[in-house]
Every structure is written in structure tokens, then in C-alpha cells.
Design a binder for this molecule. Structure first.
Ligand code: MLT
Length: 229
């Protein structure tokens, strides 16, 4: 059977996916704390189906920011401690972030996962490419709306990378870079950050803005996100 994603012509060499609040920060935290892999899926049904076939998997995710009923974990990176995730495979479904990862796999040959937590590690990896490499940054956003925080991480990557290799920047890349160059540090005052705070997730906000706190490289390979050594 031909998988759906093989029908797409991959236009880019590398994609970098960002959902800083919170899916990509959750993925980086889980892998940093020893999870074996993360399987991103779009729907609750897909997660339940995988759990049915692999009872040892942990099913995790959110809708409206809150843990999905019957799931073992939500989408708070602070839940993904070593005691909970070491050597585990986690099936994750979130409102925007996991769909962005799946979308990116249709666009590019390589999919890297970025957040503030692993910012410089991602930049170093991208800096290893020459200027003929096409890189796309996929910001998950919020239900079709731009995300202030995702744009900051994108801008930080571009701003650091431009000193190394970038020859062409799209307008959205220039906007993101100018935003970061003006801010110079994370500013979690966007709509989704406010909503997470109202839901009681202030500890997540604290963790997700720690730049380079978990310096790992994470990549989607064969539908699983793994830590690249
Ligand atoms: C998403 O995928 O939309 C987010 O990660 C939502 C969240 O903060 O849990």
C-alpha cells in the first residue's frame, strides 16, 4: 500500500516544526527524560487504536488544553518526568502541534522538532547544511491563527542561522527574525499563554521559556520522533 505521505512531492530538504506551547516542548522534555519515542497522531481514535494494538504504549494529549478523558498523560511537559516516561513509547495527539508535525513530514525529507528548550541544538544542526539546502519552518499556531510564541522561536532560529548560511528569506521569515531581534528573550504574553495560565498551567509556561535547557536533537523517523545522538 502506498502511504498518503508518499503521494506528496517533498519540496524542502528540511523542515523544523515549532509548537512551543506546548507540543514540541512536551516532545523535547519527554525525549530528554528518556522516552524511547513519540508517535504523533491527529485524532483521539488513532491514539486509542494504537493503544489497543500496543497496550504498553502511553497515550497522551490534549483538547482545549486539558488532558483527554481516559488518556494517561495530558500535554504538560512538566508531567513527562523520567519516572513516568523512561524507555516508553508515547502516542501524542494535540490540537495543533501533532498535526503540524505530520504536515511537515509531507513537505520535507527531514523533520526536526524545535522549542526554546533545544533552540541552539537545532540551529547547530541547520548550520551544518550548505546554502543550497531548502529549509521550511512550520509554526503550529493556534487553530489557524498565528502564534506569538511560535513566531519567536522561528525568529530566534533564523536570526542565529543568518550569520551562518541563509541566502534567501521569505517575508514571514523576515518578520519573525525582526520580532526576535527586537525581543531577544522569550515573551509569553500571547493569547495561548494567557489561556494556559487561566487553566492553571503556569509551571509549563515557566519551563517552556527556558532557552537551551534540554539541548537535544529530535527528529521524526518512520512516523516516530526520536532523540538523535
Ligand atoms: C496544540 O497542539 O495546540 C498545543 O500544544 C495545545 C496545548 O497547549 O496543549
Amino acid at each position: 500500500m502506498i502511504e498518503q505521505r508518499e503521494l506528496f512531492v517533498k519540496q524542502f530538504n528540511v523542515s523544523v516544526v515549532i509548537d512551543v506551547l506546548r507540543a514540541t516542548s512536551t516532545v523535547i522534555t519527554a525525549l530528554s527524560n528518556g522516552a524511547k519515542s513519540i508517535i504523533p497522531v491527529s485524532t483521539v481514535e488513532q491514539a486509542l487504536d494504537l493503544k489497543h494494538r500496543h497496550p504498553e504504549y502511553i497515550i497522551a494529549g490534549e483538547r482545549g488544553g486539558e488532558k483527554i478523558e481516559g488518556f494517561q498523560l495530558g500535554n504538560s511537559p512538566t508531567e513527562y518526568t523520567e519516572a513516568v516516561v523512561r524507555d516508553k513509547t508515547i502516542v501524542l495527539t494535540t490540537s495543533n502541534g501533532t498535526n503540524a508535525i505530520i504536515h511537515a513530514s509531507n513537505l520535507a525529507e527531514r523533520v526536526l522538532i524545535a522549542s526554546f528548550l533545544n533552540l541552539t541544538t537545532v540551529v547547530r544542526e541547520l548550520a551544518g547544511y550548505d546554502s543550497s539546502t531548502n529549509i521550511v519552518i512550520v509554526c503550529a499556531g493556534n487553530n489557524g491563527e498565528i502564534s506569538y510564541e511560535d513566531t519567536q522561536v522561528a525568529g530566534a532560529i533564523i536570526s542565529k542561522l543568518i550569520k551562518e548560511r541563509v541566502h534567501y528569506l521569505s517575508d514571514s521569515s523576515k518578520i519573525a527574525m525582526k520580532l526576535w531581534d527586537a525581543l531577544k528573550k522569550p515573551d509569553f504574553s500571547g493569547e495561548h499563554a494567557k489561556k494556559l495560565s487561566q487553566l492553571g498551567f503556569d509551571k509549563d509556561l515557566e519551563l517552556c521559556q527556558k532557552v537551551d535547557y534540554m539541548p537535544i536533537l529530535a527528529e521524526l523517523m518512520d512516523c516516530k520522533i526520536i532523540k538523535v545522538e
